[in-house]
Design a binder for this molecule. Sequence first.
Ligand code: FE
Length: 177
Amino acid sequence: MLTLPRIESLFASHGTAYYGGEAISQTAHALQCAQLAEQAGEPEPLIVAAFLHDVGHLMLAESSTTDMRHQEAAADALAELFGPDVTEPIRLHVAAKRYLCAVDAGYFSTLSEASVHSLALQGGPYDATQARAFAAGSHADAAVRLRRYDDLAKVVDLGTPPVAHYVDMAARCLRAA
Ligand code: FE
């Protein structure tokens, strides 16, 4: 089971790895994603979701040729700590990419090469029926907002708050015991 100290140690031990095929580290990506959500005035649970959305990548030994469904691993592992306002946008952030490819004509061209590669492994763009089903589900809006921050959180050498800032925020969002 994940705890906040365990999450901090995951970032410390695996966060220096590159984020997919991008030019920044996992930790930098997580911090930039959270910072974008915070600057947009999102509620704290969604900022925490942005910070933790790829923690599955830190938990799993992954390959570049199969999809390990990091979104499910993270959401399931985090569910004992946080409510659905944190876990469900994380669970849906890959679906939100598939959705945006279906409904936003300009979206696909904004994706990085690495993100296009993972999209194929993740099942590709949704068709119209799948897109409608996604949009009708709960947490779809939050997942789409998280996805937009995720896609932008790939800037080399951008200043951000430290991990501790978002771990403290996560502590405020913990489920009541
Ligand atoms: Fe990401």
